[in-house]
Design a protein around this ligand. Structure first.
Ligand code: IPE
Ligand code: IPE
Ligand code: MG
Length: 229
């Protein structure tokens, strides 16, 4: 008899350690980001193959704009390129892509790639891939609060209807992403760094001592095993 193994519904990643990976090799930080992008690619495929329904990747925080101009520019360009190169593959793999975070402040080029990617994958019914780009957990709460206030003002909502579930619904542009079962931060740092502050209420946290560019399929398999047990 085949035993069906329990699979987490939502896995979220704080992809950390790219810079250190490069610096330890005497390379510019951008090399770490490049290697990190390959890991992201493999991770998405692995989660899709495993039948995980939601994968959220924290790739750029609202705090990350304070990095050097060169690093910020490199990251923005590589996100754009990554989306451009991947969206056909994702459509074929039935992967739907959503953006979470502050969309308005993204550079035009990246905003355009995000729009194209989410439009082209909108009908996909497999893995939901949430890309946290210019994401901040506190800003997400502020955005949800403003959306609630707007709906109260235009009479779509009554103040007495504000409950935890309603706030959850207003988070992240009403995407109704379920709370993550698992949050993984690579690189050994044990911080949330403003990630999914509202949604992490019951999440199990894992802090593998591996830099993101070194994160392999077996690391995720081991974490899922631990979570299951
Ligand atoms: C994660 O790696 C990528 C981003 C935050 C964009 P880091 O760039 O934070 O790598 P470390 O923490 O400096 O090693
Ligand atoms: C958190 O990593 C954000 C992302 C991985 C996108 P950082 O490396 O930016 O966070 P801190 O500054 O170490 O908390
Ligand atoms: Mg870091």
């Amino acid at each position: 008899m085949i035993e069906l193994e329990l699979i987490p519904n939502h896995v979220a990643f704080i992809c950390d350690g790219n810079g250190r990976w490069a610096e330890r090799r005497g390379l510019p930080r951008s090399f770490g980001h490049k290697k990190g992008a390959e890991v992201v690619k493999n991770l998405i495929r692995q989660c899709s193959d495993l039948g995980i329904k939601h994968l959220t990747l924290y790739l750029f925080s609202t705090e990350n704009w304070t990095r050097s101009d060169a690093e910020v520019q490199y990251l923005i360009q590589s996100f754009s390129k990554f989306l451009q190169e991947s969206r056909n593959i994702w459509t074929k793999q039935n992967i739907r892509v959503n953006h979470i975070g502050i969309f308005d402040k993204l550079p035009d080029e990246l905003a355009e790639e995000i729009n194209k990617t989410s439009n082209e994958t909108a009908r996909c019914k497999g893995l939901n891939l949430n890309l946290a780009l210019n994401y901040g957990g506190r800003k997400a709460v502020v955005q949800a609060t403003n959306a609630i206030i707007a709906d109260i003002e235009n009479k779509q909502l009554k103040p007495e209807e504000i409950k935890e579930d309603l706030i959850s619904h207003y988070m992240n542009g009403k995407l109704d992403i379920p709370n993550p079962d698992i949050i993984i931060r690579t690189s050994g740092e044990k911080r949330l760094s403003n990630f999914l502050l509202w949604e992490s209420k019951d999440s199990q946290m894992f802090f593998p001592d591996v830099l993101f560019p070194d994160f392999k399929e077996e690391h995720l398999s081991k974490i899922i095993d631990d979570w299951r047990n």
